[in-house]
Design a protein. Structure first.
Lengths: 112, 111
């Protein structure tokens, strides 16, 4: 079982819709990252969270450490938000806290 | 600031050929990583380095070697390329527990 599970795997939305992508993990962590990858492109870090909530523009990321769950929300989605969104966690055990464990990603397509 | 720069961006190799991928970062980060990304799988760690002159194996190190002779550079070598090494390779750097910075990726095809 993958330590980091994302849902859904694929998501299609209409422009303007509110989007939620979920990430669940099974290990204790010191931080969780949300990353964005456009088709054929590089990977960009959107957020790094260890508690609570962060907001940047139309993007909001939340984390519940007790429930081992994080969500990435996109308000007023736009076709340019179409990308793969990747959740990654930094385990806090055994000296591995500088490594990341990645989910498989969620492919978001926003149609005009 | 260029951030993390990978060269080359694309490459086609014949089976058995060798090549080196270069990752350079200008942020004075201690930690650097090489990942591969394959369809349907998350990013997998090949090798990593926690400082100049140090390297360590990740999840999928077989068939790859690395060197970190200078703090800003992390090289990934394929001594004898195999079709199974066809992938997109990403380099990343970070300082301690701070956020990670990724390169643009190298698309490698081994025929």
């Amino acid at each position: 079982k993958n330590e980091v599970e994302q849902s859904p795997q694929n998501l299609t939305a209409q422009e303007g819709e509110f989007i939620t992508i979920n990430c669940s993990y099974s290990v204790g962590i010191s931080a969780l990252h949300w990353l964005q990858q456009h088709p054929g492109g590089g990977i960009v870090s959107l957020f790094m969270l260890s508690s609570g909530k962060k907001k940047h523009g139309r993007l909001i990321a939340t984390i519940n450490i007790q429930e081992k769950h994080s969500s990435l929300h996109i308000t007023a989605s736009h076709p340019r938000d179409s990308a793969v969104y990747i959740c990654a966690v930094r385990p806090n055990s055994g000296g591995s806290n500088y490594k990341l464990t990645f989910g498989k990603g969620t492919l978001l397509t926003v149609n005009p | 600031n260029a951030g993390v720069t990978q060269t080359p961006k694309f490459r086609v190799l014949k089976t058995g050929q060798s090549m080196t991928l270069l990752c350079a970062q200008d942020m004075n980060h201690e930690y650097m990583y090489w990942y591969r990304q394959d369809p349907g799988m998350g990013l997998r760690l090949i090798h990593y380095s926690v400082g100049e002159g140090t390297t360590a194996k990740g999840e999928v190190p077989d068939g790859y070697n690395v060197s970190r002779l200078k703090k800003q550079n992390f090289l990934l070598g394929l001594e004898s390329a195999a079709p199974s090494q066809t992938s997109v390779y990403f380099c990343a750097s970070q300082t301690g527990r701070l956020e990670a910075f990724f390169g643009q990726g190298t698309r490698l095809t081994v025929v």
